[in-house]
Design a protein around this ligand. Sequence first.
Ligand SMILES: N[C@@H](CCC(=O)N[C@@H](CS)C(=O)NCC(=O)O)C(=O)O
Length: 277
Amino acid sequence: MAASDVKLVGAWVSPFVTRPRIALNLKAVEYEFLEEVIGTKSELLLKSNPVYKKIPVLLHRDRPICESLIILEYIDDTWTSGPSILPSDPYDRAIARFWGCYIEDKIFPNLGRIATSWGRDVEAIEQIKTAIEMLEKAFKDCSKGNDFFNGDQIGYLDIALGCHLGWLRALETMHGFKAMDEEKTPGLAGWAERFLAHEAVKDVDPKVGRLIEFAHEGFSSPSRTNRRACGRRFPSSSLPLRPSMQNREGERRRRAIGRGRGGPSREEDEQNRREVD
Ligand SMILES: N[C@@H](CCC(=O)N[C@@H](CS)C(=O)NCC(=O)O)C(=O)O
């Protein structure tokens, strides 16, 4: 398959775009990555996804396929020689699709709420924690003791959930909560490490430091061209603080929020960012 036959319209920062990138890697399909400029929509995107105007769009021989989970199924049906993305058993496929819907319902919408509230939407944080605990049970059932939801190889649910790990970890770091950890969700904690280290994943999953930086830039860029991420107004987010700064900075932020401005100053952000890097 010539690379030019397969194109993916997307952006590195989008978890939904990470999904087809992993699937194409898994199937060893070469493709051209056509990066959108965040905050704008190219003619190609508008033409290829006139209904939702969202990324990702897979172009296969110039025919567009939209919606990341549908794209995963298309890739699986089209390049059958690589490892299977969906389980072969009809019941297992139905169960995988069920949890896929659950992930769509519970993960990105709540991550978006946490991001846009600067971590102050405690209900969304609780909902993420509950969803991850629910998915811990799903992992036990689906993996049947293997390394991945899909068995001994990553598949549909691994990709559907795994694409959100970068933003989940970025927001956990930025806002001081923990939804997935060794203690409460040991199955998923181990799974996440294996997933992120997988050959098909490690070069395409967005790295936490870069996502935090993106959030920071999205907030403070004077031109504000980056403020729209994933179709939402991205938050002005607090960066993680050194313990010694937490009281002082917490107090300053509380005062700032009272004045209608929440984030740290640019100088303080720079200082914090050096800590994270
Ligand atoms: N359900 C869609 C969601 C795609 C989506 O929300 N993409 C975001 C980027 S993360 C987007 O293109 N947003 C632009 C907009 O909403 O206008 C999928 O799975 O592909």
